[in-house]
Design a protein around this ligand. Structure first.
Ligand code: 5GP
Length: 194
């Protein structure tokens, strides 16, 4: 099986300077056999953390979160994205700015699915400027749950999200860290783990 670095190099397309398209295995078509390895790797990295729940954002985070959750044997909660600004008493809410879509949206999680004191692992496909992760952390703060870490498939190190989260003390585990990329070359920061 191809490594994650290999798959990114062979199947990824760099758009402009900041966006990597990996539609063939992660963001449109899902390579489930490969992504199952991603899920298992997140389990290996966080299995000592007593994870009660995995939290992600719809849509792209759900598949990886679900595959990881099979190993942790815990539920997945995905924050729903909404355009509406109405606040509801029965949800935790946060605002997220998406630099890929250039819009601000709200994310919401029902209060039923996060209980005070639970230990929550965040999972997402990409880490760029960290806005989605910050939104999830804000929801965790409102719920009174502990964030045990963030499992990210692809971190773009040239954007500030990873540094910002690590500075806040979040244990960020990224399976591929891209240092630089352009149409001809993708350079990774470290040896790949899968
Ligand atoms: P952030 O909030 O860290 O700026 O961006 C994270 C979110 O934006 C991810 O959940 C992902 O959906 C999307 N995203 C950010 N950068 C990329 C990228 O290079 N490619 C793709 N496909 N999605 C991205």
């Amino acid at each position: 099986m191809n490594s994650l670095h290999q798959k990114i190099r062979e199947e990824g397309t760099v758009i402009g300077h900041e966006i990597l398209k990996v539609d063939s295995f992660l963001n449109h078509q899902l390579d489930i056999v490969f992504l199952d390895q991603v899920g298992r790797e997140f389990y290996e990295r966080f299995k000592d953390q007593k994870v009660d729940k995995i939290l992600t954002v719809e849509v792209s985070g759900i598949a990886i979160a679900a595959l990881a959750a099979r190993y942790f044997k815990v539920p997945v909660v995905f924050a729903k994205k909404l355009k509406s600004k109405t606040l509801h008493e029965e949800t935790y809410d946060a605002e997220v700015y998406s630099f890929t879509k250039k819009t601000t949206y709200q994310i919401k999680v029902s209060r039923k699915f996060l209980k005070e004191g639970e230990r929550v692992l965040l999972i997402d496909d990409f880490l760029a400027k960290g806005q989605a992760a910050l939104g999830l952390i804000e929801i965790c703060r409102q719920a009174g749950v502990t964030v045990v870490g963030a499992g990210i498939v692809i971190e773009k190190d040239f954007q500030e999200g990873g540094r910002m989260l690590r500075d806040q003390g979040i244990n960020v585990v990224s399976l591929a860290r891209i240092g630089t990329m352009d149409e001809t070359e993708i350079h990774f920061m470290e040896e790949g783990s899968i």
